[in-house]
Design a protein around this ligand. Structure first.
Ligand code: SAM
Length: 226
């Protein structure tokens, strides 16, 4: 199982039926997004965040993409004023360098990416952003979920017994479609990557971003400037 298949199946309804913004999302969007220029949203799902941004800031041209076609089909039914497209965040070669004034990578899209592509996804976000452009990220926080220590220990003991690699911060889904995923400790489960704040800040700075603001609750929110 992989995250593409989870979002095309078990989590499809969950993310196409949502509306409104979370408190942190609203705070960051109101603070950093201006009613002008061109914005890209990565992992838009059913378009929830882009639809809210469009309502609030009708002058912004919005491109919103997701790698699950079914998500984009559902988003397109909600608005024809936003350009909803199917792309993988690791390959935005369809867009030139320095195209966008702002980017939104919320709801932990980067945590869903296989480890070997994380750097590529972040570099693509940097590449397509204009100089002084702003990007709002959120990441799953390893220390923001108390049971991670015990889950990680159990899952990794089983990985070792199966002669697999120990990966402390790469954990299987504990819930799917809002129900407990009892198979979470079995082989070949889809996983998500849970960051430490210092770790992700260093990765972003190494890529070239300037950190403008960070906020941590059970997620790590990071606003960066190119
Ligand atoms: C947690 S959902 C959030 C959906 C939407 N942003 C929202 O907040 O309502 C994460 C979304 O990221 C998408 N996604 C995951 N990995 C992706 C990738 N590599 N490229 C594009 N989309 C991706 C999933 O298909 C899913 O729709």
């Amino acid at each position: 199982m992989n995250n593409h298949s989870i979002y095309a199946n078990e989590e499809l309804k969950n993310w196409t039926e949502r509306s409104g913004l979370l408190k942190q999302e609203q705070y960051l969007i109101e603070k950093y997004i201006r009613n002008e220029g061109i914005l890209i949203e990565a992992g838009t799902g059913g378009g929830r965040i882009s639809l809210e941004v469009h309502d609030k800031y009708p002058n912004i041209k919005i491109v919103a993409f997701d790698f699950v076609e079914e998500m984009i089909k559902s988003a397109k039914l909600k608005s024809n004023e936003i350009n909803f497209e199917v792309h993988d965040a690791s390959d935005l070669s369809i867009y030139d360098d320095n195209t966008f004034d702002a980017a939104i990578y919320l709801q932990q899209i980067v945590s869903l990416v296989p480890e070997e592509f994380i750097s590529c996804v972040l570099k693509e976000s940097y590449r397509v952003l204009k100089k002084d452009g702003i990007v709002i990220f959120s990441f799953l926080s390893y220390s923001g979920r108390k049971i991670n220590l015990i889950v990680s220990f159990l899952v990794n003991i089983l990985r070792i017994l199966r002669k697999e690699k120990w990966q402390t911060q790469r954990l299987p889904w504990l819930k799917l479609s809002n129900k407990v995923n009892f198979k979470f400790f079995t082989k070949n489960q889809a996983t998500t990557y849970w960051f430490y704040e210092k770790e992700i800040i260093k990765i972003l700075e190494d890529i070239g971003f300037t950190i403008v603001e960070t906020k941590c609750d059970n997620m790590i929110y990071v606003v960066c400037k190119k």
